[in-house]
Design a protein around this ligand. Structure first.
Ligand SMILES: Cc1ncc(COP(=O)(O)O)c(C=O)c1O
Length: 356
């Protein structure tokens, strides 16, 4: 055994940045993590209560994950053998990276991209090629197509976190159809966008579309994610790569119940899209800000050099948003989650008081 190997390994990991979670403040308006507060807390509590009633947590959830897949299959209109589930979509992304990527495989993605995915690539020493966003926070399709021949895996979050950008459907379809390697399209915010690529998984056997209950269904704390892909990929993922019981019984049952009432989620999505428009219109009134279009449940804006001041002043007023700093040529980016009407009004009022 090589002396000191363990210390060396621990040091190597300790030097990584890791995923940056927002700071935890108590009693604060939480607009920093793209959660969904439009779906009422009482509704979610009833869901958990009902899930608890039919669950015996002394038992492993044998056969219940399959029931969740069955419910997803009806909701997504996709055969059951094309659906896999995970402990949040984080776990699905992680398992695909850990088992299909390596130091020898290159990943093509955007800059910025979902922070967790980027950090996981670093952890596994997977080389990444990142195409930057342009000054108006859009991506150039041709730059992806040009690079696609020299990489093995394509990862795009659609819509993108943190910019809110989503390629026009025909552009993303063109890119996906031209790419021969593994394609992961992360639709964590898919319902807030213009389209989903789920249907393309039926004809394209190298495409994985990942979605989650965290954002649209307002169940981030339950850690429930899923993906749609070719049945052979789903089979190896579920039988070999995935843990035997990745999701706890309560989360499984709550997920099944949430899928029985999709209208609640769809109504919340509608409200969030309307509120997103209101936030963008209001923030655009201030010359100090450059506000970017969004197809997601958050809005990104560049506050120039004033980002830290605004971030801190909002915290002092009990509002937490996400400070992202420099993105491309933009120096002081801030990202605010679209919350309930009341939350958004408080945020906009606080901004007005700061700037007027
Ligand atoms: C693009 C993207 N993908 C995936 C996730 C993770 O979702 P989950 O809660 O299902 O792990 C997030 C969460 O912020 C995200 O922004």
């Amino acid at each position: 055994m090589k002396k000191g190997w363990l210390q060396k390994k621990v040091k190597e990991y300790a030097n990584l940045k890791g995923y940056q979670k927002p700071e935890k403040f108590s009693g604060i308006l939480k607009l920093d993590s793209n959660e969904n507060f439009v779906i009422g807390k009482q509704y979610q509590q009833d869901l958990i209560q009902n899930a608890r009633k039919i669950t015996d947590v002394r038992e492993y959830p044998l056969g219940r994950a399959e029931q969740l897949v069955f419910a997803l299959s009806k909701y997504l209109k996709v055969p059951q053998n094309m659906i896999g589930i995970g402990n949040g979509s984080d776990q699905i992304l992680d398992l695909f990276l850990a088992n299909f990527a390596s130091k020898q495989t290159k990943v093509l993605t955007s800059n910025p991209t979902f922070g967790f995915f980027e950090e996981r690539c670093k952890l596994y020493s997977i080389p990444t090629i990142k195409i930057p966003f342009s000054k108006n926070m859009t991506l150039d399709l041709n730059r992806f197509i040009t690079k696609s021949n020299s990489v093995d895996i394509l990862y795009l979050d659609s819509p993108n976190n943190p910019t809110g950008f989503q390629f026009p459907k025909k552009d993303l379809e063109e890119l996906v159809k031209k790419f021969n390697g593994l394609i992961i399209i992360d639709e964590a915010y898919g319902e807030f966008g213009d389209y989903s690529l789920i249907n393309l998984t039926k004809s394209q056997n190298n495409l994985i579309v990942v979605q989650t209950f965290s954002k649209t269904f307002g169940l981030a704390g339950l850690r429930l994610g899923y993906f749609v892909a070719n049945k052979n990929i789903v089979d190896v993922f579920t039988r070999i790569l995935q843990y035997p019981y990745p999701i706890n019984s309560i989360a499984i049952e709550a997920g099944i119940m949430a899928l029985q009432k999709p209208k609640i989620m769809l109504d919340a999505v509608k409200t969030i899209k309307n509120e997103r428009k209101r936030i963008i219109q209001n923030l655009r009134k201030y010359k100090a800000f450059e506000v970017f279009d969004s197809k997601s449940n958050f809005v990104l804006f560049d506050a120039g050099g004033a980002d830290s001041r605004i971030f801190t002043a909002l915290i002092e007023q009990g509002i937490s948003i996400r400070k992202l700093g420099k993105i491309g040529k933009h120096q002081g980016c801030l990202r605010v989650t679209v919350g309930t009407k009341e939350m958004n009004s408080k945020f906009l009022l606080a901004i007005r008081d700061l700037l007027e």
